[in-house]
Design a protein around this ligand. Structure first.
Ligand SMILES: *Cc1c(COP(=O)(O)O)cnc(C)c1O
Length: 376
């Protein structure tokens, strides 16, 4: 079969390594592996299988449709749908045994009614807004909502969660405050409810690695499973986080090598003009592949284990690299746009810097635009 010259390569052993590091960091409490966004671009089905084999307690996705995909891939653990539950998806929740996270009171009654109709009981988790300001019940409403859920036949309150807005910044004090408020709200619940052994969870990667005491009953790492720190930029990293191993590489191959004289304008808009006789490697990569135009004249790629600059505009399917200072490069040679080659590496944090964004976005983008190959 003929495939694109561009491919994302994902290392299963890196995923496994990162999972154990998270598990260890969480003092062995349950790990909900976040595989939303197609496993942050790494492919949710395969990541789901790998993390399930590693002992993931549960999986987290954003939408119902993702939960269905994960079930169909053979994942048997609980699958949490963290956003985007609507009454029109109730059938699928029951059919695929997905666990809804309720973020407001509107679905309590209709979901309970649906469960009773089916003579079933559905486990639900509640999301409180302990300071994220995005989704969830205000903390003050928690007792009322808990009462509303527990009093209804058909619903089983299984857990309560919150999310940190600033756990990516270890120097932020607000995470301690949010954790304290969350725990206080839960301890304020009726004793009979507290005796039900609720599953409490709050930690994303930032919480897990940078905020003390956040593991509770379960943790929800995402980015760290894929090998990157929660800062999204490589900025602030603890010693544990530094041991994560990036799982994704993005590689292409040289399709042409050519030499141009000094004074040659390169590509659309001639935003780069050569100042010497220049040897160029042409790569069949462009913004269509998630290698965005903003990387023009900014990015670097690895060839023969050495770094070389992208010159001129990145177009839809072509990128030029100045290889004048490299040894012999040839058509067919591997070019690494993300990841390691020899002793050099380009990280998603670095690319994020060139793009003025965060590693999360780089991984999603490259993963979604390209075919993914798995290696051990
Ligand atoms: C995405 C997400 C996470 C994981 O966040 P990371 O920063 O990638 O670790 C955890 N919890 C919730 C609710 C999320 O939406």
């Amino acid at each position: 079969m003929i495939e694109s010259l561009n491919r994302v390569v994902v290392s299963r052993s890196a995923l496994r390594h990162n999972f154990s590091l998270c598990k260890h960091q969480a003092a062995n409490c349950g790990v909900m592996a976040m595989v939303k966004a197609d496993g942050y671009g790494h492919g949710m089905e395969e990541c789901g299988r790998v993390f399930a084999d590693c002992g993931a307690a549960a999986f987290g996705v954003a939408e119902v449709v993702e939960g269905i995909r994960l079930r169909r891939a053979g994942v048997e653990q609980p699958i949490f749908v963290l956003a985007g539950i609507m009454a029109e998806f109730f059938d699928a929740l029951f059919e695929y045994d997905l666990t809804p996270v309720l973020v407001d009171g509107t679905l309590i009654q209709p979901l309970a009614q649906e469960a009773v109709l089916r003579k079933k009981e559905i486990a639900v988790h509640l999301k409180v807004d302990a300071g994220m300001g995005r989704q969830g019940f205000p903390l003050t409403e928690l007792p009322g909502i808990v009462a509303a859920v527990t009093s209804r036949k058909g619903l089983r309150l299984q857990g309560i969660m919150a999310h940190f807005p600033m756990a990516d910044d270890p120097s932020s004090v607000s995470s301690d405050r949010i954790l304290a408020d969350f725990l206080q709200a839960v301890t304020g619940l009726r004793p009979d409810i507290q005796q039900q052994d609720l599953c409490l969870h709050i930690a994303n990667s930032g919480g897990l690695f940078s905020v003390d005491g956040t593991s509770l009953d379960m943790v929800r790492p995402g980015i760290s499973l894929y090998g990157y720190g929660a800062s999204g930029s490589g900025g602030v990293q603890g010693t544990q986080e530094q041991q994560l191993i990036p799982a994704m590489r993005f590689v292409s191959r040289i399709i042409q090598v050519r030499e141009v004289p000094a004074g040659t304008g390169l590509g659309y808009g001639h935003i780069f003009t050569t100042d010497r006789t220049t040897r160029l490697a042409v790569l069949p990569v462009g913004y269509e592949d998630g290698y965005l135009r903003v990387l023009s004249n900014r990015a670097r790629v690895l060839l023969h284990g050495r770094s070389a600059p992208v010159v001129g505009r990145i177009s839809m399917n072509l990128t030029l690299v100045d290889v004048t200072d490299l040894g012999e490069v040839q058509v067919g040679d591997e070019a690494v746009l993300l990841g390691r080659q020899g002793r050099e590496a380009i990280t998603a944090n670095e690319i994020a810097g060139w793009m003025e964004t965060i590693s999360y976005e780089v991984l999603c983008l490259l993963g979604h635009c390209n075919r993914i190959e798995y290696v051990d």
